[in-house]
Design a protein around this ligand. Structure first.
Ligand code: GDP
Ligand code: IMO
Ligand code: MG
Length: 432
């Protein structure tokens, strides 16, 4: 297996990244989250036991791998502590396996209040966020006023930073949003508790990762959200507030592009989106309902139903390009079982679109295009227990062949069920 592998979602999140990362973590020395926060919901299913992770990297079930939350992640203290308690309750030694960067900005009560206040009166422009305070926390990071992990170890400094920050945000909450002010007292005691919890976990994760790299250990970088939710190359403004693409590893984990060996793009065999924003291949008919039912498409973080549609090969090509994807991992393939006809969007009809906005994938452009479909025959057999690509029904193989042709990238693995071992390995080198 390549030594430094980035695993990113190529659609609107929930592609099954957690499952792929868990699967690949067996021989890794570190599994690293480099962006996002607890807006993520990554699901692992091992021998029937389901684990949903929000901040902790998806390698946590493996003994050999250190789970690293790098500085690009915004950390909600309450969320991280309750996730760790849940894992400790399952016998996972968090103190041994988890490390958190000293430089992570914290997501605090004022950020959640701002997220909620904005979403409650943004009308048609409502993003449909996870209400986890992610956007406001990243705003504070670039405005250079975050309270960071390292701050919690100096109680006096931390309290004065909290006071200053809450005073600043309460002004907007009360005077602009007509919302309630947030009392900083609860946050102060939360951070005192957090300091104790973090004491054995907080460290310089950049130095640690480079040491593992020099020792030739395998490192996996786990993306959260998906490329179309990237703040720069996604469907802006209907995006999250971080760089979800592979390039985010350089800034969010401090490991530069020359030290990345492989970029694995995770793509669902159809498409889903949770929250608002353009989605050209969205379905409102029985096919859409069937995808939602068979795929059990409910958000792992908010429980909201996910919007469903056919695979969009145009958006996929964009995602492959901006991430420099070297191999694809196709997930939820079993969900297509039993369809008479499967569609892939192979082009966009741009007639009537303002030339100025053509050639970008921002929200304005994507909301105006109409997908042009190619139809492929479906298959009636179940693919759930198939373990090799050549044992798949002929129509299923034809679908994957066509996808590879359109994407111009090979499929290295196919997931045919939620369980860890429900998968077809097409490229033995990736999993060696
Ligand atoms: P992530 O955010 O990209 O990690 O994905 P989520 O965990 O939010 O959503 C993926 C959902 O699909 C989870 O419920 C998984 O257990 C499930 N899943 C993953 N791979 C497969 C698969 O190949 N087939 C089926 N049927 N379910 C899958
Ligand atoms: P994983 O890692 C799917 C979406 C929200 C909303 C937009 C902005 O599980 O794939 P935010 O709370 O980030 O400010 O919301 O981004 N979103 C996700 N959608 N999967 C996720 O994570 C998501 N994280 C955020 O629904 O549209
Ligand atoms: Mg998810």
């Amino acid at each position: 297996m390549a030594r430094s592998v980035v695993i990113v979602g190529l659609q609107w999140g929930d592609e099954g990244k957690g499952k792929v990362v868990d699967l690949m973590s067996r021989d890794a020395l570190a599994v690293v989250r480099f962006q996002g926060g607890d807006n993520a919901g990554h699901t692992l299913v091992v021998e029937g036991q389901k684990t949903v992770l929000h901040l902790v990297p998806s390698g946590i079930l493996h003994e050999s791998a250190l789970s690293v939350i790098a500085h690009g992640v915004v950390v909600a203290p309450d969320s991280l502590m309750s996730e760790c308690r849940m894992l400790e309750g399952r016998g996972i030694p968090i103190r041994e396996r988890l490390r958190v960067s000293m430089e992570c900005p914290l997501v605090l009560a004022c950020h959640k209040a701002l997220d909620a206040a904005r979403e409650s009166h943004s009308g048609g422009e409502k993003i449909g966020t996870t209400l986890r305070g992610i956007g406001p926390a990243y705003e504070d990071k670039v405005a250079r006023r975050s309270v960071r992990v390292s701050d919690v170890f100096d109680a006096k400094l931390c309290e004065s930073k909290i006071d200053e920050l809450f005073e600043y945000h309460n002004h907007a909450l009360v005077n602009y949003h007509q919302a309630d002010a947030v009392d900083p007292a609860a946050t102060k005691s939360l951070l005192a508790e957090f300091a104790e919890f973090l004491e054995p976990l907080a460290c310089d994760t950049v130095a640690m990762l480079h040491q593992i790299r020099r020792d030739e250990g395998t490192i996996l970088f786990e993306g959260a959200q998906g490329t179309m939710l990237d703040v720069d190359v996604g469907t802006y403004p209907f995006v999250t507030s971080s760089n979800t693409v592979a390039g985010g590893v350089a800034t969010g984990a401090g490991v530069g592009p020359r030290h990345i060996d492989q970029v694995l793009g995770v793509v669902k065999a159809y498409a889903t989106r949770v929250g608002n924003g353009p989605f050209p291949t969205e379905l409102f008919d029985s096919d859409g309902r069937r995808l939602a039912d068979h795929g059990n498409e409910f958000g792992a973080t908010t429980g909201r139903p996910r919007r469903c549609g056919w695979l969009d090969a145009v958006a996929l090509k964009h995602a492959i390009q901006v991430n420099s994807v070297s191999k694809l991992f196709l997930t939820k393939f079993d969900v297509l079982d039993g369809f008479d006809r499967i569609r892939i969007a192979v082009d966009y009809d741009e007639s009537g679109i303002n030339r100025r906005i053509v050639n970008s994938f921002d929200g304005e452009y994507l909301s105006q295009v109409k997908p042009v479909y190619e139809d492929m025959p479906g298959w009636s057999e179940s693919t759930a227990h198939v373990r090799s690509r050549d044992r798949l029904p002929a129509e299923a193989r034809a679908y994957i062949d066509r996808l590879e042709e359109l994407a111009e990238v090979e499929v290295a693995g196919i997931s045919t069920g939620a369980e860890r071992d429900s998968m077809i390995c097409c490229d033995s080198e990736i999993f060696a």
